[in-house]
Structures are given as C-alpha cells and as structure tokens.
Ligand binder design. Structure first.
Ligand code: F6R
Length: 333
C-alpha cells in the first residue's frame, strides 16, 4: 500500500494524459455539483474548496442516493465520481441528474457508471483500474479537473496544477513528516483533527485515512464553527488524548488555531501540527493527503492491521444492494 502513495507523482502525471471521451460544453453552467461517496467524493470536496476560494463558479458536493431538487437544474453541470463505478449512491444520483440537466460527466475506472456514460454518450474519463479509491486520490482529482476543463469549465490555473504535481515528487520529505505524525497519532484513542473551513476537506481526508487504512476512529472539528460548540464540550471533561491541528496559510486563521491548541492543552490534550508544503491550496491539499496516507499506512503496520481491506464498507454495500429496490421507490425523480 505504501508504494501506491509513493507513486502519486506518477499517478498525477498519468491523470493529465487521460483521454476525455465525448467532450461537450458545460459553458452555460451556473454551478457544478459533484456526486460521489467516500474516497471518490473527497476529490470533489477538495475541488469545491479550491474552486470556491479562487474560481468564478460555485462547486457543491452531495453524498447520498438522491440530490435535492433545488440543487440540480438545467443550468447545473454534474460530475459523478466513483472509482469502482459501482457505488449505488453515485449511480442513483447520476440517474436523477440525467433527468434534470444535459451537462453530466463521469470519472470512474469501471462499472455501471462507465456503462451509463458510454450508452448516453456523456463526457467521461476512464481511469486506471486495480487501486483502492483512497490511493487513487491524485488520479481522481486531476481527471476530474481535466474533464471539466475539456467541457469548458476551468477551475484551477495550470501553474497550480503543476505545483500540485511537484509537491508529490518530494517523497522523502513527505515520508519523514509521516513518520512523525504516525508515531504521534498511533498512541491516540480518538484523535481530534482540527482545521479551518479552508482545510475542511483535508481534515476529513486525514480522518478517513485513519479510519480506512489504520482502522482507527477519529473526530474532525472545524474552526471557526468549533468555537461555537466543541470548545464548550471539553470544559468539564478529563482528557488525555491527542489532537492534530492542520496548519493554515492565512495569518488570522493561524491565530485561531493557536488559541485552540492552547485551550486543548489546558484541558489535557497533547497537540501537534500537520505542516503543509506549497503555495497553492491544491499543492497543500495534495501534500497533506500524501503525509496522511503514508502515516495511516504506517500506523496500520504498528497496529498489525491490513491497510488494504475495508470489510465493513463491503458489508454495508451488500446491504445497499439488497435494499436497492426500496431505495429507488422512495426517491423522487
Ligand atoms: C476509499 C474507499 C471508500 C470508497 C467508497 C465509494 O478507499 O474504499 O471510501 O471510496 O465506498 O466507492 P467508490 O469510490 O468506488 O465509488
């Protein structure tokens, strides 16, 4: 599993070379909605944060079997991302989207999603098969950006795309950062991952990597929202756990995070920071994700668990397959 993360630089380059099939213009779109789940949807979460901080068109992510009527209309472009191409939530959301807009694209390695894309002649990118979705992050991220760009929606500047690839080249630095983070988090019971809204999707990514690779629970709190609830929750608590604070590139956000770090220490937490590299948000997200991926695989090794398998997700997916007719009949098209 570690080799997959160490190969991200090549994966990102590969994704930029993929063919976009059936490109068509999404130029009239007023908003983009990404549908997907888990390790595929997180690419959408990252794109949404990055695009919303720099771009000219709002990007939303929806993760369920359905999308709200008000979210998708005929001036919305929808991108369905599913590594396997067989995730029920994503397939049903795509089917629903097709009834509401003619601007729909697909990124997948295989499965029903690709079948639909081919049959309906939707813009799509078929990415390489044989990975687990979380290890395919740079592929899903870059393929999604490339597909949208081929459909006249440019969300990220070329210089940021290139910087994002460059930070993945320096695997030695990422490895040494990950060794520190792994030995720190390995001793946590329920690590608290803290970030600002700008790094929300990275905090979620770190949590998900701990869940899926290291088989560890984790909790995410986002500032400034956390100052309106979570902060009070520790007032009467006796805590001896560990928090990981994701550094921000914005000065006042760093002040908010230091305030919370000190507060958590006073309550009994140990606190450390996840340092990021790069100038652009895209590069910082990719670097942080790489460190989190490597750290979580390392923790898996220390705990004697297999980072590759996700048995509980498969159990859930079996349940959903059995429930599909019931889900379909309760969805409003
Ligand atoms: C991540 C992972 C899951 C899947 C999710 C959706 O590595 O295994 O979070 O990403 O179950 O499946 P896909 O990505 O195939 O649509």
């Amino acid at each position: 599993m570690e080799e997959l993360y160490l190969n991200w630089y090549n994966f990102a380059n590969e994704a930029l070379r993929y063919e976009v099939e059936n490109p068509r213009s999404f130029g009239k779109a007023h908003r983009i909605v990404v549908v997907g789940m888990g390790g595929s949807a997180i690419a959408g979460d990252m794109i949404a944060i990055i695009a919303n901080s720099t771009g000219s068109i709002p990007v939303f992510v929806w993760k369920d079997f359905y999308t709200p009527k008000t979210l998708i209309d005929d001036s919305t472009a929808v991108l369905a991302i599913s590594y396997s191409g067989n995730t029920r939530e994503t397939i049903l959301s795509l089917e629903q989207a097709l009834r509401r807009t003619d601007m729909v694209g697909v990124v997948a390695s295989n499965g029903k999603l690709l079948e639909i894309a081919k049959e309906k002649r939707l813009p799509y990118i078929q990415v390489r098969r044989g990975l687990v979705p979380r290890a395919a992050l740079p592929i899903l991220l870059y393929a999604s950006l490339a597909l949208l760009e081929a459909c006249d929606v440019k969300l990220v500047e070329k210089s940021d795309v290139n910087e994002g690839i460059e930070v993945l080249r320096d695997v030695e630095t990422a490895k040494s950062d990950s060794i520190y983070i792994a030995s720190y988090l390995q001793r946590a019971r329920l690590p608290l991952i803290v970030a600002t809204t700008r790094y929300n999707a990275l905090a979620t990514r770190v949590k998900n990597e701990l869940n899926e690779n290291a088989k560890m629970p984790a909790k995410v709190e986002i500032a400034p929202e956390l100052f309106h609830n979570d902060i009070v929750g520790w007032e009467a608590a006796v805590v001896s756990d560990r928090a990981l604070i994701i550094e921000s590139d914005i000065e006042y956000e760093r002040a908010l995070l230091s305030f919370y770090a000190e507060y958590l220490q006073e309550r009994g937490f140990e606190v450390t920071e996840l340092k990021l590299r790069g100038r652009s948000l895209l590069a910082r997200y990719l670097y942080g994700s790489l460190v989190a991926g490597l750290a979580s695989v390392r923790i898996a090794k220390m705990r004697g668990v297999d980072p590759m398998t996700t048995h509980s997700i498969s159990k859930y997916k079996n349940l959903v397959t059995a429930l599909e007719d019931r889900v379909r009949s309760s969805i409003e098209y």
